[in-house]
Design a protein around this ligand. Structure first.
Ligand code: IMP
Ligand code: MG
Length: 180
């Protein structure tokens, strides 16, 4: 990757749109889980803008843990091989687990993670994603419970999403118009 290159990025979802949708999803999750005990939010990456705001939008006592998985290098297409780079620190056995993902693309990462989580016997397992690109799905039977926005098959950055580690800090979601 040429780090001197600046990409052309067009705004697709503004910070206001993102925050409003996150507040809605947070309220729905709060309503659904308010009478249950043992809530764990699992974040498949280090905490970024979506994760940060989602956990604040869930008004319930909960634990938060992180797992780091990757299927991408510098490319914009999934390699199909998912590496667990850092595992959870807490047990999720018997917990109501909400997996908070930024984007579901091929679905490889999340379906691999769901297999792993299921093997640890949580009470319930719920998937929440900010963005979904259903046109790109290659795995079957991945049921996403909460979706912020369904987006077209274009590479997006911002709000925590990166293109080879760049652009995570953009407060909006944008399309990389000239991705390699
Ligand atoms: P999947 O395994 O193909 O579903 O990809 C999941 C992961 O790939 C996401 O958690 C992101 O980290 C990354 N990813 C997929 N699509 C995009 C995109 O358009 N922009 C930035 N990252 C993406
Ligand atoms: Mg991710």
């Amino acid at each position: 990757m040429d780090y001197s290159k600046k990409h052309e990025i067009s705004v697709y979802l503004t910070e206001e749109q993102l925050n409003q949708r996150i507040a809605e999803i947070g309220a729905q999750i709060t309503e659904r889980f308010k009478r249950r005990v043992g809530l764990s939010g699992l974040y498949p990456e280090r905490i970024y803008l979506f994760h940060n705001r989602t956990c604040k939008a869930i008004a319930l006592p909960m634990t938060i843990d992180f797992i780091s998985a990757s299927s991408y290098g510098a490319q914009t297409h999934s390699s199909g091989v998912v590496n667990i780079k850092k595992d959870l620190e807490q047990s999720i056995e018997g917990e109501n687990v909400i997996v908070v993902e930024d984007i579901v693309d091929s679905g490889n990462t999340l379906s691999r993670l769901m297999q792993l989580f299921e093997s640890r016997n949580p009470k319930t397992l719920t998937i929440c994603t900010l963005l979904d690109k259903p046109d790109r799905r290659v795995v079957e039977n991945l049921q996403v419970d909460y979706t912020g926005f369904v987006i077209p098959d274009k590479f997006v950055v911002g709000f925590g999403l990166d293109y080879d580690q760049r652009y995570r800090n953009l407060p909006y979601i944008g399309f990389v118009e000239d991705a390699d």
